[in-house]
Design a protein around this ligand. Structure first.
Ligand code: CO8
Length: 259
């Protein structure tokens, strides 16, 4: 399938890499881009050979938010009736293999929300995060008011959402939004290193790990721990558990079969 607003490639046939590509608008997110992103993610998720995905942008912008030019003319009845953007925005939440956001430059508004919907964020040292919607008379609409406080706590989330200010990569890392900050020229090397490491493990285990961590945000502690335990038990039915433990005991590299 050919795309106009994203570029798609793989690393070694194992990591699916999606690069947002609307450079003239700093990768502003519109319906076409979100449809293409969703389609590409689904295709990688269905590809047995792919073990992990990466979403990235340019050195200047991961994504500077939803496309303001497209939104400016909308009225309430149109955005409500057409369920503006959430129609295709949520696709990423249905993806079962790990998805890493590699963020350089601006990740603002919907761009910050997109990064937060990935499983973790690796940031270049020039990254800037923010929810500036308040400055244009709206509020975050793709989970920003929910995921930012979960990631960084109420005070920081309120500060960012109410002032609309940007925070740099270091502040984002200190607050727990970002897992690592790396020099800009090392962003893809570092991200692909993490992605290939994940691809080296059994897919059933990485999917179960992702599902279990995500459950922490959807349930109370007892239910979450019970969910984790049942997933843990289930992995003892897999060939990869036998292989992984046998390889450890025999001091050899495991050869996972994703089964
Ligand atoms: N939408 C449309 N075009 C944009 C956007 C955007 N969000 N951001 C930048 N652009 C365009 C500019 O209009 C400009 O175009 P042109 O060259 O034709 O004038 C080009 O990109 C370059 O931008 P600047 O000249 O402004 O570049 P600067 O380096 O001076 O500034 C900034 C960069 C600070 C990122 C600045 O462009 C800016 O403030 N952008 C808007 C950021 C913003 O407000 N984002 C939030 C948008 S609202 C939102 O995301 C709601 C999400 C709701 C959920 C649904 C999600 C899809």
């Amino acid at each position: 399938m050919s795309y106009e607003t994203i570029e798609v490639r793989t690393e070694g046939g194992k990591v699916g890499i999606i690069t947002l590509n609307r450079p003239k608008a700093l990768n502003a997110l519109n319906s076409q881009l979100m449809d293409e992103l969703g389609a590409a993610l689904k295709a990688f998720d269905a590809d047995e050979a792919i073990g992990c995905m990466v979403i990235t942008g340019s050195e200047k912008a991961f994504a500077a938010g939803a496309d303001i030019a497209a939104m400016a003319k909308y009225n309430f009845h149109e955005v409500y009736k057409n369920d503006f953007i959430t129609r295709n925005w949520e696709t990423i939440r249905t993806i079962r293999k790990p998805v890493i956001a590699a963020v350089a430059g601006f990740a603002l508004g919907g761009g910050c929300e997109l990064a937060m919907m990935c499983d973790f964020i690796i940031a270049a040292d020039n990254a800037k995060f923010g929810q500036p919607e308040i400055k244009i008379g709206i509020i975050p609409g793709a989970g920003g008011t929910q995921r930012l406080p979960r990631a960084m706590g109420k005070s920081k989330a309120m500060d960012l959402v109410l002032t609309g200010r940007m925070m740099d990569a270091q502040e984002a890392e200190r607050g727990g939004l970002v897992s690592r900050v790396v020099p800009l020229d090392k962003l893809m090397d570092e991200t692909l290193g993490a992605a290939l490491m994940i691809c080296g493990y059994g897919q059933l285990a990485t999917m179960a790990a992702k599902e279990s961590v995500n459950r922490a945000f959807e349930s109370g502690l007892s239910d979450g721990v019970m969910f984790e335990r049942r997933m843990f038990h289930g992995l003892f039915a897999t060939a990869d558990q036998k292989e992984g433990m046998d390889a450890f005991l025999n001091k050899r590299a495991p050869n996972f079969v994703n089964g």
